[in-house]
Design a protein around this ligand. Structure first.
Ligand SMILES: [Zn+2]
Length: 482
Protein backbone atom coordinates (compact mmCIF):
# COMPACT_ATOMS: atom_id res chain seq x y z
CA UNK A 1 0.00 0.00 0.00
CA UNK A 2 1.46 3.36 -0.96
CA UNK A 3 1.55 6.30 1.44
CA UNK A 4 2.00 10.00 0.87
CA UNK A 5 2.96 13.09 2.88
CA UNK A 6 2.37 16.70 1.84
CA UNK A 7 4.43 19.37 3.57
CA UNK A 8 2.43 22.45 2.84
CA UNK A 9 3.42 26.09 2.62
CA UNK A 10 6.86 25.99 4.32
CA UNK A 11 8.16 29.15 5.98
CA UNK A 12 11.44 28.28 4.25
CA UNK A 13 12.63 25.13 2.49
CA UNK A 14 16.37 24.81 1.77
CA UNK A 15 16.76 22.39 -1.12
CA UNK A 16 20.59 22.23 -0.87
CA UNK A 17 20.66 21.00 -4.45
CA UNK A 18 23.45 23.08 -5.90
CA UNK A 19 27.13 22.57 -5.32
CA UNK A 20 29.06 24.53 -2.76
CA UNK A 21 31.41 25.93 -5.39
CA UNK A 22 28.47 27.43 -7.34
CA UNK A 23 26.97 30.18 -5.22
CA UNK A 24 23.40 29.69 -4.06
CA UNK A 25 23.96 26.65 -1.87
CA UNK A 26 20.62 26.80 -0.04
CA UNK A 27 18.49 27.17 -3.17
CA UNK A 28 15.58 27.98 -0.85
CA UNK A 29 11.91 28.77 -1.44
CA UNK A 30 9.01 29.93 0.72
CA UNK A 31 5.40 28.79 0.41
CA UNK A 32 4.58 26.03 -2.04
CA UNK A 33 5.06 22.39 -1.11
CA UNK A 34 7.13 19.24 -0.72
CA UNK A 35 5.27 16.10 -1.78
CA UNK A 36 6.46 12.63 -0.76
CA UNK A 37 5.21 9.31 -2.04
CA UNK A 38 6.44 6.14 -0.33
CA UNK A 39 10.18 6.52 0.20
CA UNK A 40 10.89 9.28 -2.35
CA UNK A 41 10.41 13.01 -2.84
CA UNK A 42 8.14 13.47 -5.86
CA UNK A 43 8.12 17.26 -6.12
CA UNK A 44 9.27 20.32 -4.18
CA UNK A 45 8.93 23.97 -5.08
CA UNK A 46 7.27 27.35 -4.46
CA UNK A 47 4.22 26.49 -6.56
CA UNK A 48 1.04 25.29 -4.87
CA UNK A 49 0.26 21.57 -4.86
CA UNK A 50 -3.21 20.85 -6.17
CA UNK A 51 -3.62 17.27 -4.92
CA UNK A 52 -3.97 15.84 -1.45
CA UNK A 53 -2.07 13.26 0.65
CA UNK A 54 -2.50 10.71 3.43
CA UNK A 55 -0.85 13.10 5.85
CA UNK A 56 -0.58 16.87 5.55
CA UNK A 57 1.86 18.89 7.66
CA UNK A 58 1.24 22.62 7.87
CA UNK A 59 4.76 24.07 7.62
CA UNK A 60 3.86 27.77 7.63
CA UNK A 61 6.00 28.27 10.76
CA UNK A 62 8.55 25.62 9.87
CA UNK A 63 12.05 25.50 8.34
CA UNK A 64 12.39 22.41 6.13
CA UNK A 65 15.84 20.94 5.47
CA UNK A 66 17.29 17.71 4.11
CA UNK A 67 17.86 15.37 7.09
CA UNK A 68 21.30 15.77 8.62
CA UNK A 69 23.99 13.16 7.96
CA UNK A 70 26.31 12.18 10.81
CA UNK A 71 29.44 10.55 9.41
CA UNK A 72 31.39 9.50 12.52
CA UNK A 73 30.28 8.17 15.86
CA UNK A 74 30.98 5.47 18.45
CA UNK A 75 27.52 4.73 19.85
CA UNK A 76 28.81 2.58 22.70
CA UNK A 77 30.57 5.61 24.18
CA UNK A 78 27.22 6.97 25.38
CA UNK A 79 27.83 4.52 28.27
CA UNK A 80 31.00 6.33 29.32
CA UNK A 81 30.20 10.01 29.04
CA UNK A 82 31.60 12.50 31.39
CA UNK A 83 33.91 10.08 33.25
CA UNK A 84 35.71 12.09 35.92
CA UNK A 85 39.03 10.35 35.25
CA UNK A 86 38.97 11.56 31.60
CA UNK A 87 37.48 14.99 32.00
CA UNK A 88 40.89 16.64 31.61
CA UNK A 89 42.62 14.11 29.36
CA UNK A 90 44.03 14.45 25.88
CA UNK A 91 43.39 11.69 23.35
CA UNK A 92 46.01 9.06 24.31
CA UNK A 93 45.40 9.16 28.09
CA UNK A 94 41.67 9.40 27.45
CA UNK A 95 41.83 6.23 25.32
CA UNK A 96 43.97 4.27 27.79
CA UNK A 97 41.58 5.05 30.70
CA UNK A 98 38.45 4.37 28.66
CA UNK A 99 39.73 1.01 27.35
CA UNK A 100 39.67 -0.27 30.93
CA UNK A 101 35.91 0.33 30.93
CA UNK A 102 35.13 -0.54 27.32
CA UNK A 103 36.79 -3.98 27.56
CA UNK A 104 33.78 -5.11 29.62
CA UNK A 105 31.18 -4.20 26.99
CA UNK A 106 28.48 -6.78 26.13
CA UNK A 107 26.17 -7.36 23.19
CA UNK A 108 23.26 -5.90 25.14
CA UNK A 109 25.32 -2.80 25.99
CA UNK A 110 26.05 -2.30 22.27
CA UNK A 111 22.37 -2.66 21.39
CA UNK A 112 21.03 -0.36 24.11
CA UNK A 113 23.73 2.29 23.62
CA UNK A 114 23.10 2.29 19.85
CA UNK A 115 19.43 2.81 20.45
CA UNK A 116 20.02 5.66 22.84
CA UNK A 117 22.52 7.40 20.57
CA UNK A 118 20.21 7.03 17.57
CA UNK A 119 17.32 8.53 19.54
CA UNK A 120 19.48 11.53 20.42
CA UNK A 121 20.58 11.93 16.82
CA UNK A 122 17.03 11.79 15.48
CA UNK A 123 15.82 14.40 17.92
CA UNK A 124 18.52 16.75 16.64
CA UNK A 125 17.46 16.28 13.02
CA UNK A 126 19.76 13.47 11.88
CA UNK A 127 18.29 11.00 9.38
CA UNK A 128 21.42 9.08 8.32
CA UNK A 129 24.23 8.05 10.58
CA UNK A 130 27.38 6.06 10.41
CA UNK A 131 28.97 4.34 13.38
CA UNK A 132 32.54 3.22 13.88
CA UNK A 133 32.59 0.08 16.04
CA UNK A 134 36.10 -1.31 16.39
CA UNK A 135 35.90 -2.84 19.85
CA UNK A 136 35.29 -6.58 20.01
CA UNK A 137 36.03 -7.80 23.55
CA UNK A 138 36.96 -11.49 23.49
CA UNK A 139 34.44 -12.28 26.18
CA UNK A 140 31.42 -10.83 24.29
CA UNK A 141 29.63 -12.22 21.29
CA UNK A 142 31.61 -11.52 18.07
CA UNK A 143 28.55 -10.21 16.19
CA UNK A 144 28.33 -6.78 17.83
CA UNK A 145 27.76 -4.90 14.55
CA UNK A 146 24.61 -6.98 14.12
CA UNK A 147 23.28 -5.60 17.41
CA UNK A 148 23.78 -2.03 16.18
CA UNK A 149 22.00 -2.81 12.93
CA UNK A 150 19.15 -4.35 14.95
CA UNK A 151 18.81 -1.10 16.94
CA UNK A 152 18.92 1.12 13.82
CA UNK A 153 16.32 -1.00 12.01
CA UNK A 154 13.98 -0.98 15.00
CA UNK A 155 13.99 2.78 15.25
CA UNK A 156 14.15 3.46 11.53
CA UNK A 157 17.23 5.62 10.95
CA UNK A 158 19.26 5.18 7.74
CA UNK A 159 22.45 3.45 8.80
CA UNK A 160 25.93 3.06 7.36
CA UNK A 161 27.80 1.05 10.02
CA UNK A 162 31.53 0.65 9.58
CA UNK A 163 33.14 -2.67 10.47
CA UNK A 164 35.97 -1.45 12.67
CA UNK A 165 38.97 -3.46 13.71
CA UNK A 166 41.91 -3.60 16.09
CA UNK A 167 44.62 -6.22 15.68
CA UNK A 168 47.56 -4.73 17.56
CA UNK A 169 47.23 -4.87 21.34
CA UNK A 170 49.42 -3.60 24.16
CA UNK A 171 51.80 -6.58 24.03
CA UNK A 172 52.45 -5.73 20.37
CA UNK A 173 53.14 -2.04 20.94
CA UNK A 174 49.53 -0.90 20.36
CA UNK A 175 47.27 1.09 22.67
CA UNK A 176 44.28 -1.23 23.38
CA UNK A 177 44.35 -4.08 25.90
CA UNK A 178 44.99 -7.49 24.33
CA UNK A 179 41.53 -8.80 25.21
CA UNK A 180 39.66 -6.35 22.93
CA UNK A 181 41.56 -7.10 19.74
CA UNK A 182 40.98 -9.80 17.14
CA UNK A 183 43.21 -11.70 14.75
CA UNK A 184 43.31 -10.44 11.17
CA UNK A 185 41.76 -13.71 9.99
CA UNK A 186 38.80 -13.19 12.37
CA UNK A 187 38.38 -9.59 11.21
CA UNK A 188 38.42 -10.42 7.49
CA UNK A 189 36.05 -13.34 7.93
CA UNK A 190 33.56 -11.12 9.74
CA UNK A 191 33.87 -8.41 7.06
CA UNK A 192 32.81 -10.90 4.38
CA UNK A 193 29.97 -12.17 6.60
CA UNK A 194 28.62 -8.64 7.12
CA UNK A 195 28.82 -7.77 3.42
CA UNK A 196 26.93 -10.94 2.57
CA UNK A 197 24.30 -10.51 5.28
CA UNK A 198 23.59 -6.78 5.27
CA UNK A 199 25.29 -4.77 2.55
CA UNK A 200 22.92 -3.03 0.17
CA UNK A 201 24.44 -0.82 -2.51
CA UNK A 202 21.20 0.08 -4.27
CA UNK A 203 19.67 3.60 -4.36
CA UNK A 204 17.92 4.35 -1.06
CA UNK A 205 19.61 1.56 0.91
CA UNK A 206 18.72 1.67 4.61
CA UNK A 207 21.75 -0.43 5.63
CA UNK A 208 25.09 -0.17 3.90
CA UNK A 209 28.37 -1.58 5.20
CA UNK A 210 31.68 0.30 5.14
CA UNK A 211 35.07 -0.82 6.47
CA UNK A 212 37.05 0.99 9.15
CA UNK A 213 40.24 -0.14 10.92
CA UNK A 214 40.47 1.92 14.13
CA UNK A 215 43.71 3.85 13.52
CA UNK A 216 47.38 3.30 12.67
CA UNK A 217 48.05 2.69 16.41
CA UNK A 218 45.84 -0.33 16.67
CA UNK A 219 46.17 -2.32 13.46
CA UNK A 220 49.10 -3.45 11.30
CA UNK A 221 49.91 -1.77 7.95
CA UNK A 222 49.11 -5.12 6.31
CA UNK A 223 45.54 -5.05 7.67
CA UNK A 224 45.07 -1.46 6.47
CA UNK A 225 46.15 -2.49 2.96
CA UNK A 226 44.03 -5.63 2.95
CA UNK A 227 40.98 -3.63 4.10
CA UNK A 228 41.44 -1.15 1.25
CA UNK A 229 41.75 -4.06 -1.17
CA UNK A 230 38.56 -5.77 0.06
CA UNK A 231 36.77 -2.42 -0.19
CA UNK A 232 37.85 -1.93 -3.81
CA UNK A 233 36.87 -5.49 -4.64
CA UNK A 234 33.36 -4.97 -3.19
CA UNK A 235 32.91 -1.24 -4.05
CA UNK A 236 32.72 -0.16 -0.39
CA UNK A 237 33.66 3.07 1.35
CA UNK A 238 36.58 2.98 3.80
CA UNK A 239 36.96 5.03 6.94
CA UNK A 240 39.38 5.60 9.83
CA UNK A 241 40.72 8.22 12.22
CA UNK A 242 43.43 10.37 10.65
CA UNK A 243 45.73 13.15 11.88
CA UNK A 244 43.65 13.84 14.97
CA UNK A 245 46.45 15.05 17.26
CA UNK A 246 49.99 16.38 17.17
CA UNK A 247 51.01 13.27 19.15
CA UNK A 248 49.75 11.11 16.27
CA UNK A 249 51.93 13.04 13.82
CA UNK A 250 54.97 12.45 16.06
CA UNK A 251 54.08 8.77 16.46
CA UNK A 252 53.89 8.28 12.69
CA UNK A 253 57.11 10.20 12.07
CA UNK A 254 58.94 8.08 14.64
CA UNK A 255 57.47 4.74 13.75
CA UNK A 256 56.94 4.97 9.97
CA UNK A 257 59.16 7.97 9.10
CA UNK A 258 56.10 9.51 7.45
CA UNK A 259 53.37 11.97 8.38
CA UNK A 260 49.91 10.35 8.93
CA UNK A 261 48.59 11.44 5.51
CA UNK A 262 51.71 10.14 3.70
CA UNK A 263 51.43 6.91 5.65
CA UNK A 264 47.83 6.43 4.49
CA UNK A 265 48.93 7.12 0.94
CA UNK A 266 51.53 4.37 1.22
CA UNK A 267 48.73 1.98 2.25
CA UNK A 268 46.53 2.78 -0.82
CA UNK A 269 44.03 4.67 1.33
CA UNK A 270 43.95 8.08 -0.38
CA UNK A 271 41.09 7.76 -2.88
CA UNK A 272 37.54 8.91 -3.46
CA UNK A 273 36.00 5.99 -1.54
CA UNK A 274 37.77 7.02 1.70
CA UNK A 275 36.59 9.36 4.40
CA UNK A 276 38.59 10.24 7.50
CA UNK A 277 37.59 11.46 10.94
CA UNK A 278 39.20 14.69 12.19
CA UNK A 279 42.17 15.31 9.85
CA UNK A 280 43.25 18.32 11.86
CA UNK A 281 46.96 17.99 11.12
CA UNK A 282 47.09 18.24 7.33
CA UNK A 283 49.60 20.64 5.76
CA UNK A 284 48.96 22.72 2.61
CA UNK A 285 50.25 20.07 0.22
CA UNK A 286 48.21 17.35 1.92
CA UNK A 287 45.02 19.43 1.74
CA UNK A 288 45.62 19.95 -1.99
CA UNK A 289 46.14 16.22 -2.49
CA UNK A 290 43.02 15.47 -0.41
CA UNK A 291 41.02 17.71 -2.76
CA UNK A 292 42.55 16.18 -5.88
CA UNK A 293 41.79 12.68 -4.58
CA UNK A 294 38.22 13.70 -3.63
CA UNK A 295 38.44 12.20 -0.16
CA UNK A 296 35.87 12.87 2.56
CA UNK A 297 36.43 14.30 6.04
CA UNK A 298 34.31 14.04 9.19
CA UNK A 299 34.75 17.32 11.02
CA UNK A 300 34.06 16.80 14.74
CA UNK A 301 34.41 20.23 16.38
CA UNK A 302 32.98 19.33 19.82
CA UNK A 303 35.29 16.35 20.26
CA UNK A 304 38.25 18.37 19.00
CA UNK A 305 37.55 21.05 21.61
CA UNK A 306 36.79 18.56 24.43
CA UNK A 307 40.11 16.71 23.95
CA UNK A 308 42.06 19.87 23.10
CA UNK A 309 43.07 18.27 19.80
CA UNK A 310 43.15 21.40 17.60
CA UNK A 311 41.17 23.19 14.89
CA UNK A 312 40.75 21.49 11.50
CA UNK A 313 41.39 23.65 8.42
CA UNK A 314 37.87 23.30 7.05
CA UNK A 315 37.70 26.43 4.90
CA UNK A 316 40.81 25.43 2.98
CA UNK A 317 39.46 21.91 2.51
CA UNK A 318 36.14 23.17 1.13
CA UNK A 319 38.00 25.44 -1.30
CA UNK A 320 39.88 22.55 -2.92
CA UNK A 321 36.89 20.20 -3.13
CA UNK A 322 37.40 17.92 -0.11
CA UNK A 323 34.05 16.32 0.75
CA UNK A 324 33.76 17.83 4.21
CA UNK A 325 31.00 16.46 6.44
CA UNK A 326 30.04 16.91 10.08
CA UNK A 327 30.03 14.37 12.86
CA UNK A 328 29.36 14.25 16.57
CA UNK A 329 32.13 11.65 17.20
CA UNK A 330 31.80 9.24 20.12
CA UNK A 331 29.93 10.35 23.18
CA UNK A 332 32.92 9.94 25.47
CA UNK A 333 34.69 12.77 23.66
CA UNK A 334 31.64 14.88 22.93
CA UNK A 335 29.32 13.77 25.71
CA UNK A 336 26.43 14.43 23.34
CA UNK A 337 25.04 13.13 20.03
CA UNK A 338 23.41 16.35 18.98
CA UNK A 339 23.84 17.31 15.31
CA UNK A 340 22.49 20.84 15.75
CA UNK A 341 25.03 21.45 18.49
CA UNK A 342 27.76 20.11 16.23
CA UNK A 343 26.70 22.46 13.43
CA UNK A 344 26.78 25.43 15.76
CA UNK A 345 30.18 24.40 17.12
CA UNK A 346 31.57 24.07 13.58
CA UNK A 347 30.48 27.65 12.93
CA UNK A 348 31.86 29.00 16.20
CA UNK A 349 35.13 27.04 16.29
CA UNK A 350 36.06 28.41 12.86
CA UNK A 351 35.75 31.92 14.34
CA UNK A 352 38.80 31.27 16.54
CA UNK A 353 40.86 31.41 13.34
CA UNK A 354 41.64 34.45 11.18
CA UNK A 355 38.43 35.93 9.67
CA UNK A 356 39.29 34.66 6.16
CA UNK A 357 38.77 31.10 7.48
CA UNK A 358 35.41 31.71 9.18
CA UNK A 359 32.59 29.40 8.13
CA UNK A 360 29.13 30.74 7.31
CA UNK A 361 25.58 29.34 7.49
CA UNK A 362 25.59 28.02 3.92
CA UNK A 363 28.84 26.12 4.38
CA UNK A 364 27.78 24.53 7.66
CA UNK A 365 24.38 23.46 6.30
CA UNK A 366 26.08 22.07 3.21
CA UNK A 367 28.49 19.99 5.31
CA UNK A 368 25.64 18.66 7.49
CA UNK A 369 23.64 17.49 4.45
CA UNK A 370 25.23 17.25 0.99
CA UNK A 371 28.77 16.99 2.36
CA UNK A 372 27.71 14.12 4.62
CA UNK A 373 26.08 12.26 1.76
CA UNK A 374 29.16 12.70 -0.44
CA UNK A 375 31.55 11.57 2.32
CA UNK A 376 29.52 8.37 2.73
CA UNK A 377 29.65 7.86 -1.04
CA UNK A 378 25.93 8.50 -1.59
CA UNK A 379 23.96 10.62 -4.03
CA UNK A 380 20.48 9.50 -2.92
CA UNK A 381 20.28 11.63 0.25
CA UNK A 382 21.27 15.09 1.51
CA UNK A 383 19.10 17.16 -0.86
CA UNK A 384 15.44 18.01 -1.35
CA UNK A 385 14.79 17.25 -4.99
CA UNK A 386 12.46 14.99 -7.01
CA UNK A 387 13.70 11.40 -7.00
CA UNK A 388 15.84 11.74 -3.86
CA UNK A 389 15.11 9.74 -0.72
CA UNK A 390 12.47 11.38 1.48
CA UNK A 391 14.74 12.19 4.44
CA UNK A 392 13.75 15.55 5.91
CA UNK A 393 14.05 17.56 9.10
CA UNK A 394 11.40 20.09 10.03
CA UNK A 395 12.12 22.72 12.67
CA UNK A 396 9.40 25.02 13.96
CA UNK A 397 10.38 28.62 14.51
CA UNK A 398 7.85 28.84 17.35
CA UNK A 399 10.50 28.40 19.97
CA UNK A 400 11.51 31.00 22.55
CA UNK A 401 15.12 30.86 21.43
CA UNK A 402 14.35 31.65 17.78
CA UNK A 403 12.12 34.60 18.53
CA UNK A 404 13.77 37.75 17.21
CA UNK A 405 15.88 35.70 14.75
CA UNK A 406 13.16 34.66 12.32
CA UNK A 407 14.16 37.04 9.55
CA UNK A 408 16.72 34.31 8.69
CA UNK A 409 15.42 30.87 9.78
CA UNK A 410 18.30 28.88 8.21
CA UNK A 411 20.87 30.82 10.23
CA UNK A 412 18.68 30.90 13.36
CA UNK A 413 19.14 27.17 13.94
CA UNK A 414 22.93 27.66 14.03
CA UNK A 415 23.30 30.99 15.79
CA UNK A 416 20.58 30.35 18.39
CA UNK A 417 20.51 27.32 20.71
CA UNK A 418 17.11 25.65 21.00
CA UNK A 419 16.73 23.45 24.06
CA UNK A 420 13.87 21.42 22.61
CA UNK A 421 14.13 18.73 19.90
CA UNK A 422 13.39 19.30 16.23
CA UNK A 423 9.70 18.90 15.44
CA UNK A 424 9.38 16.41 12.61
CA UNK A 425 11.86 13.96 11.15
CA UNK A 426 11.02 11.91 8.09
CA UNK A 427 13.27 9.00 7.11
CA UNK A 428 12.69 7.09 3.89
CA UNK A 429 9.17 8.56 3.68
CA UNK A 430 8.22 7.54 7.24
CA UNK A 431 7.57 9.97 10.07
CA UNK A 432 10.02 8.95 12.80
CA UNK A 433 9.88 12.09 14.96
CA UNK A 434 6.39 13.51 15.40
CA UNK A 435 6.10 16.85 17.18
CA UNK A 436 9.38 16.21 18.99
CA UNK A 437 8.73 12.60 20.02
CA UNK A 438 10.16 9.44 18.51
CA UNK A 439 7.48 7.37 16.94
CA UNK A 440 8.55 3.79 16.42
CA UNK A 441 7.02 1.50 13.93
CA UNK A 442 8.36 -1.82 15.16
CA UNK A 443 10.58 -1.17 18.16
CA UNK A 444 10.85 -2.63 21.61
CA UNK A 445 10.73 -0.09 24.43
CA UNK A 446 7.47 1.52 23.33
CA UNK A 447 5.06 3.32 25.61
CA UNK A 448 1.30 2.88 25.30
CA UNK A 449 1.01 5.49 22.55
CA UNK A 450 3.67 3.80 20.36
CA UNK A 451 6.29 6.40 21.10
CA UNK A 452 9.74 5.32 22.19
CA UNK A 453 9.63 4.83 25.96
CA UNK A 454 12.62 7.02 26.71
CA UNK A 455 12.38 6.52 30.47
CA UNK A 456 12.66 2.75 30.16
CA UNK A 457 15.52 3.07 27.68
CA UNK A 458 17.40 5.51 29.91
CA UNK A 459 16.93 3.31 32.99
CA UNK A 460 18.44 0.26 31.25
CA UNK A 461 21.21 2.31 29.63
CA UNK A 462 22.22 3.97 32.90
CA UNK A 463 22.28 0.60 34.71
CA UNK A 464 24.55 -0.88 32.03
CA UNK A 465 26.80 2.17 32.34
CA UNK A 466 26.96 1.94 36.17
CA UNK A 467 27.81 -1.77 36.00
CA UNK A 468 30.52 -1.27 33.38
CA UNK A 469 32.21 1.48 35.38
CA UNK A 470 31.94 -0.46 38.66
CA UNK A 471 33.50 -3.52 37.02
CA UNK A 472 36.41 -1.43 35.69
CA UNK A 473 36.93 0.23 39.07
CA UNK A 474 37.05 -3.10 40.86
CA UNK A 475 39.41 -4.66 38.28
CA UNK A 476 41.85 -1.76 38.13
CA UNK A 477 41.54 -0.65 41.76
CA UNK A 478 41.28 2.91 40.40
CA UNK A 479 38.48 5.36 41.14
CA UNK A 480 37.13 6.56 37.77
CA UNK A 481 34.15 8.60 38.87
CA UNK A 482 34.10 11.47 41.35
ZN1 LIG B 1 36.23 8.67 16.69
Amino acid sequence: MSSSILIKNPLLCCRMNSDIQFGDVLNAFSGGHIYIEDSKIVSAGPEEFSGTADQIIDASRILVLPGFVNTHHHFYQTLTRNIFATQKSELFDWLVTNYEIWRGISGEAIYISAKLAIAELLKSGCTTTSDHLYLFPNKSEPTLIDREIEAAREIGIRFQPTRGSMSRGKSDGGLPPDDVIQTEAQINEDIYRLIKTYHNDSFGAMTRISLAPCSPFSVTPELMKETARIARENKLQIHTHLAETAAEVNFCLEKFKMRPFEFMKSLDWIGSNAWFAHSIYLNDAEIRQAGDAQIGISHCPSSNMRLGSGIARIKEMLEVGVKVSLAVDGSASNDSSNMLMEMRNALLLSRLREPEYWLNTEEVLWMATVGGAKALGRDDIGQIAPGKCADLTLISMDKLEYSGAQHDPAAAILFCVAMSPVDWVIVNGKIIVEEGRIKCHNAKHLDQKKYLDEKALIARHQKLSDDLIAEAESKTGKKLTR
